[in-house]
Design a protein around this ligand. Structure first.
Ligand code: NAG
Ligand code: NAG
Ligand code: NAG
Ligand code: NAG
Ligand code: NAG
Ligand code: NAG
Ligand code: NAG
Ligand code: NAG
Length: 764
């Protein structure tokens, strides 16, 4: 969504109106009180339908934007459908932080790109549970809505994407697992009754991963995507969110998909979303902010505004984050481009969802309505934000220098992030209770600390180099804190380069030439090409810290000192800088060919600088199969063993791995299981992640046994229609990246069999 524009508008409009005036429907004395609408013993859909039938045509057309004025004559108050909570309750049109005191801040977790790098689904759920608790507490004092336009689950396919930081990375299986646990944590269960905790919103549906690149922006872009890539790459995360976690809402995106704007795309919104995945009528679709207007304005898909809103409403976009619906639905109705029933359908979906959030029921009967300020920023929440940052940090390089020897007493913190505060929060953040800067993290860890920025993120002047070098000379260890930030990668701006920006590498090179040990702490959601730093012998270690949130500085020094051992893994490929010259951002194809080097670790034909899944440890491990896996699986037996439920979720097998810590320090270990094989259409992926789990606190000398569950859907591959098949062939499982640390070959025998039939585009 276009938060920048919205923020600017809000500021311009009137600061006094900044706080949205939430209240609850009058079910005590108002006209609704004696009706079924306020009868909590009836089912939500019946109550919502009864409510909507009381609306006049005009009241229907006017309650279709993200700001619903409500119906005052019925005692139905206005409602703001747009709040944000990407990694904590976040500043947005629906959220107002108090200027000071109670409700002036909320826990600020790491960005999703960092949280996902922990490869810890329980952690994701725990974080989401705290976010929803704090969000409800804010709602109870009218400082937030009940619906949050989060998470962003488009795969981070192109390293230039300005919003890749908001996502869990490039792998569709990882994103699917992440979003399932996140949405369950946010909503308070899978389709919980009687009440949802808050409503989440999976965005941006679909194939949205470009902001503004070489003059092509997201508002005009038409993503040309094959059904094979849609089914296998772009949509598994949405399936997990919608079908399995049962999210309350979905956001259609700015871009077109194969010539049709997403928000007017009935193939996406009806055939896939509602029919294939079972997104029911107690759930709603919102357009991204101004996306419905763009059906007319930028895509010029409809010839009049009335036609544009009719196309969107009929396709299944229920809410306009904007005001094109309220402005033009009356004309559309007048011109018979839509019917009253079309409007009722959209509003019934929205208000059924609000019923399920308890909006129409008395506070006394609702546990979530008891949440208050004492539930925000609790010691447990603070500890969790800290733990999430530590778990998500990734050790990219280490020659044995880390953890730091206790002999190191003084550090010089150089670089643009030395005293970073909000820049460690990335984007879509709220006011944090505190932010521990890298400088403060070093002080708290007991070092004598000196610092100098030396340069800025994109600085070209070396005027401050000398000061930085001078400061560095007097320290035992030089720590360079830099990388990229939200001026380089952000909403509405993609990167043109994936090299280090400005003169940061020059400064690092001069620091390294002092002959003292240099440790790099690399920030930013997207990767930058570290080739030069990997080759520089005085650069002893590189830690990727992403956007680590409120406890960033603490977490970084936990790893540097060895207070905690690192175990995070990269969730994206680090490409060589030249990658940006090899493929345009606009090319949506993930498979390689003569002119396309392929995308992500699955398909890239070049040599990555650092592989997806890379992450070093302070200890060593030894691996073995706890139980020798089977050498062959019969496809027909697998199919018949899995009765009921979705075949792609049915069990393939569970692989038990014995992990022994053979080193000297306690450490977590992230077990990643990849599959490669010769089944199915070519070109085939190099490999695919099929299972992962984070084993915690394996003490030196001891072992853990991890159960790696693999589902049929992970073994399946898509054909050109997008159908998923178990293809007969020879396959290889490998634990961990590269050539792996443990492998197993098996055959899939019998007849290849289709496990999922993908919806085809209806002929018009
Ligand atoms: C907020 O809403 C309440 C109830 O709907 C209304 O009485 C009050 O005047 C509103 N306040 C503002 C500042 O608009
Ligand atoms: C429809 O629009 C026409 C032309 O503006 C207007 O004269 C007419 O009253 C409208 N009809 C309704 C039912 O609103
Ligand atoms: C606030 O929440 C706490 C913890 O859930 C609870 O003990 C307390 O009674 C609540 N306070 C109010 C005023 O509701
Ligand atoms: C960071 O903050 C500390 C403490 O305020 C200060 O001494 C130091 O000079 C600052 N460093 C930079 C690079 O601004
Ligand atoms: C800064 O740049 C100037 C001009 O390129 C060069 O002469 C000078 O040696 C540089 N100084 C440092 C400290 O790199
Ligand atoms: C650095 O980036 C900022 C923000 O995009 C921009 O305003 C500034 O001009 C850039 N500076 C240089 C030297 O590129
Ligand atoms: C390679 O794939 C791209 C899409 O990525 C397509 O536009 C192009 O025509 C293909 N080239 C060949 C030689 O098949
Ligand atoms: C993927 O496979 C291609 C072709 O076999 C190979 O050239 C490439 O190195 C592989 N890439 C990765 C990241 O393994």
């Amino acid at each position: 969504m276009n938060l920048l524009v919205a923020t600017t508008l809000a500021v311009a409009a009137n600061l006094a109106l900044a706080q949205f005036n939430y209240s609850f429907p009058d079910c005590t004395n108002g006209p609704l009180s004696s009706t079924v609408v306020c009868d909590a013993t009836q089912d939500p859909a019946t109550r919502a339908k009864a409510l909507i039938q009381m609306f006049t045509d005009e009241e229907l057309t006017q309650n279709t934007d993200n700001v619903s004025p409500g119906v005052p004559r019925l005692g139905l108050p206005s409602y703001q459908w747009w709040s944000e909570a990407l990694h904590g309750v976040a500043s947005s049109p629906g959220v107002t932080f108090a200027p000071s005191g109670e409700f002036s801040f909320a826990t600020s977790f790491p960005q999703p790109i960092v949280l996902a790098a922990a490869f810890d689904t329980d952690l994701v759920k725990a974080v989401a549970t705290v976010i929803s608790t704090e969000a409800r507490a804010f709602n109870n004092v009218h400082r937030a809505g009940l619906d949050f336009f989060t998470p962003n689950i488009n795969p981070f396919k192109d390293p230039r994407w300005g919003r890749g930081q908001e996502t869990p990375g490039e792998d569709p299986f990882l994103i699917s697992q992440y979003v399932f646990n996140l949405v369950v944590g946010l909503q308070g269960g899978i389709d919980p009754t009687p009440y949802f905790k808050i409503g989440a919103d999976c965005k941006h549906f679909a194939a949205y991963d470009l902001e503004d690149w070489e003059g092509i922006d997201r508002f005009h872009f038409d993503a040309r995507v094959s059904l094979q890539d849609l089914s296998e790459y772009y949509l598994p995360s949405f399936q997990s969110c919608v079908r399995d976690a049962k999210v309350a809402s979905v956001m259609c995106s700015y871009n077109s998909v194969n010539g049709i704007p997403s928000c007017a795309n009935s193939y996406l919104l009806q055939n896939i979303l509602r029919e294939h995945w079972g997104f029911d009528d107690d759930r709603w679709v919102t357009g991204d902010c101004a996306a419905i207007e763009d059906i007319f304005d930028t895509h010029q898909f409809a010839s009049t505004p009335a036609q544009a809103v009719a196309d969107a409403l009929k396709a299944g976009a229920d809410v306009d984050c904007g005001n094109f619906y309220s402005a033009h639905l009356p004309e559309a109705l007048n011109q018979s481009l839509i019917t009253r029933a079309d409007l009722e359908r959209a509003l019934t979906r929205q208000y059924t969802s609000l019923m399920r959030l308890g909006y129409f029921d008395p506070a006394e009967s609702q546990p979530f309505r008891q949440l208050n300020w004492s539930n925000v920023n609790t010691p447990d929440a603070q500890a969790l934000a800290h733990r999430a940052a530590v778990e998500g940090l990734v050790l990219l390089k280490n020659d044995g220098f880390l953890p730091l020897s206790p002999d190191a007493k003084s550090v010089a913190i150089i670089g643009p992030y030395a005293n970073a505060t909000t820049s460690m929060q990335g984007n879509y953040f709220g006011n944090a209770p505190f932010i521990v800067t890298p400088f403060q993290g070093a002080v708290d860890a007991g070092f004598q600390v000196q610092s100098a920025a030396g340069t800025t993120i994109n600085g070209t002047s070396n005027a401050s180099f000398a000061e930085a070098i001078n400061v560095a000379k007097s320290a035992d260890v030089i720590i360079f804190a830099g990388g990229i930030d939200n001026t380089i990668e952000r909403e509405s701006r993609d990167r043109l380069t994936v090299a280090w920006t400005g003169n940061q590498l020059d400064l690092i090179s001069q620091l390294a030439s002092l002959g003292k040990p240099v440790v790099i702490v690399q920030f930013g959601g997207g990767q930058v090409d570290d080739t030069e730093l990997l080759a520089n012998k005085n650069v002893r270690a590189i830690i990727w810290a992403g956007y680590p949130g409120q406890s960033g500085g603490t977490a970084i020094f936990d790893i540097i000192t060895g207070a905690t051992a690192p175990a995070g893994r990269l969730t994206v490929t680090q490409y060589p800088a030249d990658y940006v010259n090899q493929i345009p951002m606009t090319d949506m194809s993930i498979r390689p060919n003569a002119t396309n080097p392929g995308r992500t670790y699955k398909w890239y034909t070049g040599t990555p600088v650092i592989e997806f899944g890379h992450g070093l440890h302070f200890t060593t491990f030894k691996f073995s199969w706890q139980k020798q896996p089977a050498a062959r699986y019969n496809i027909q037996d697998l199919m018949s063993a899995s009765k009921g439920g979705f075949l792609d979720l049915a069990a393939f097998d569970t692989f038990q791995v014995h992990v022994q810590n053979t080193g000297r320090v306690t450490s977590d270990y992230v077990a990643l299981l990849f599959l490669s094989g010769d089944g199915g259409p070519t070109p085939r992926p190099n490999k695919s992640l099929v299972s992962f789990i984070r084993a915690h606190d394996i003490t030196a000398g001891s072992s853990a046994v991890v159960d790696m569950k693999v589902a049929l859907g992970s073994v399946a591959r898509a054909d050109e229609n997008g159908d998923l098949w178990l293809f007969a062939g020879s396959y290889r499982l490998v634990l961990d990246i590269g050539d792996g640390v443990l492998a197993h070959n098996f055959d899939l025998v019998g007849n290849s069999a289709r496990i999922v039939q993908w919806p085809q585009v209806p002929s018009s």
